[in-house]
Each structure stands twice: as C-alpha cells, then as structure tokens.
Design a protein around this ligand. Structure first.
Ligand SMILES: [Mn+2]
Length: 274
C-alpha cells in the first residue's frame, strides 16, 4: 500500500471511480470516439464530484521521457485540466499498461499519481482503491514481467530508444493485450477463482474494509467480502462504460449511457453472481 488519506470532504457530493479506458487502443479512430465518450462522462459527473479516481490502464501505453511525453489524448488532458481548475481533486492510479507514469501529471495538472493501492477513510467508510494488477494468487507470468517493467535498469535502457521506435514497439506489443482480444473466459464470472476477490477476502481477515475498489479485471462485479465488506470491479470502457459512485453512504456501480438523464443505468444487480 502506498499510503492513506482521510481528508477528502464530500460536502454532499460524491466520489467517482473508473478504470481501464485503454486510450490509444485498438486504433486511433476507435480511441478518439471513446475519448469523446469519456469527456461527456466527465462533464456529466463534474457538478456532483467531490473527487474523481482514475484507477489504472487509462492509457493503453504511456512512457515519459525527460523532455517528451506520448502524443495524443489532448482533448482528454484538457478536460482533466479544466476540472482541476474548477478545484475538483483527481487521483490517478497506474495500471499494468501505464505503469511508467512519472511526474508529468503531477507537474502539469496537479494530479497525484499512485503506483499501488491507497486506503481512504471517507465519512466513516474504509475504502481500498487501486488497479489490482499483481494482487492475489496466480498470474505468475505477469508478476515476473512487472519485475522487469519496473526494473530501473530496464526503464533506463528503454528510455534511450528513440520514442518513435520505443513507443511504436510498445504499441505493437500492446495490441496483443486482453482488452483487444477479450476472451469469453474473461467476460465470465469465475466464482471462487476470481483472484482479486480472493485477495480481498484474505486481506479482510487481517485488515477489514468496507469497500475494495479495483479495475484490471474488465468485468463489472459487486461481490460480498466477509461480513460487511464489498469488492467492486470497475469494468472497462472499451465495451461497457462502467463506473462507481459513492455518496458517503452507499456505493453504486453504474453504466454511462451517453444520455444526460437519467443517470447511467444501475449495473450492480445484473453483475452479481453472473
Ligand atoms: Mn486493463
């Protein structure tokens, strides 16, 4: 865990959580359409937002060089900047696709970047939020890859490759990722084999939480943890446009339907036990 915060006053507003936009994938054109939809969603929630949590894999690939950041996403970045200028806190969590984020967001936009789960205490509720990659049992290949990806020597070597080549290679490799080739298995609820759910349940024994909020799984889920905890998976925005809102009393998993009213449809009941 990277840290904890307990001072995000809601003032009658809500916290919003979304993950796995995978901006940039699978093509420039498809990503542009999704980017506009995300901007509509941000406009839609802005008035009610006490804070916005972007919970990893926001970009399908991101790497920061000393003087260079990846091209694109300007509309999205401008919207984040506008929201920050309105005084809305935004918290950014890296996922396995954008784990190379450094200080750019913090310096340019005033958005802190978290590389591991964060514990927040809001209106008496204890919430653990993070992307969720590398947690729980299994996924040994990724855990090994993450060691390489986060290795300082590997990062240092990669940053000396010209960005046109380095980013080009990374994008080509990323095309093989799950979101671009969603398997049936991924869309199916795995029951006791849901590894992030297992992680929540084992953590609950030593450190209970009211809500566990993760991305990474690409499947919206709302599942009980222990006696009073709940694990939410945020789903993704390539096909589903799902997000979570928390009003200080309860959390709701919703789907953004692109229509201003009524608020997105409630997704929580349909996902449970699927
Ligand atoms: Mn993802």
């Amino acid at each position: 865990m990277q840290g904890s915060i307990a001072d995000l006053p809601l003032h009658g507003k809500k916290l919003f959580f979304a993950s796995d936009f995978h901006l940039g994938a699978p093509s420039f054109e498809a990503s542009k359409i999704r980017e506009q939809r995300i901007i509509q969603w941000l406009d839609y929630i802005a008035e009610e937002a006490a804070a916005i949590f972007l919970v990893g894999d926001i970009f399908d690939f991101w790497f920061e060089y000393r003087e260079v950041v990846p091209k694109g996403y300007l509309s999205f970045l401008s919207k984040l900047s506008q929201l920050r200028n309105r005084g809305i806190p935004i918290l950014f969590f890296t996922g396995n696709h954008d784990l190379w984020m450094k200080e750019y967001f913090t310096q340019e936009l005033g958005i802190p970047v978290y590389h591991s789960p964060l514990e927040i205490l809001i209106e008496g509720k204890k919430i653990l939020v993070g992307h969720g990659d590398g947690l729980g049992p299994g996924d040994k290949t990724y855990k090994l890859l993450k060691k390489v990806f986060t290795n300082s020597l590997a990062k240092w070597l990669f940053h000396w490759i010209h960005p046109d080549l380095g980013i080009g290679l990374a994008k080509a490799w990323s095309k093989n990722s799950r979101i671009n080739h969603s398997t049936k298995d991924e869309q199916r609820f795995l029951g006791a084999d849901e590894w992030l759910w297992s992680y929540c349940k084992s953590l609950e024994e030593s450190a209970p939480h009211d809500y566990y909020i993760f991305g990474h799984r690409h499947l919206p889920l709302q599942l009980p943890v222990g006696k009073q905890g709940t694990y939410y998976n945020l789903g993704e925005w390539v096909n589903q446009n799902t997000y979570l809102e928390f009003d200080g009393k309860e959390a709701r998993l919703l789907e953004f339907t692109n229509t201003p009213f009524p608020a997105g449809k409630d997704y929580s009941s349909s996902s449970q036990g699927k």
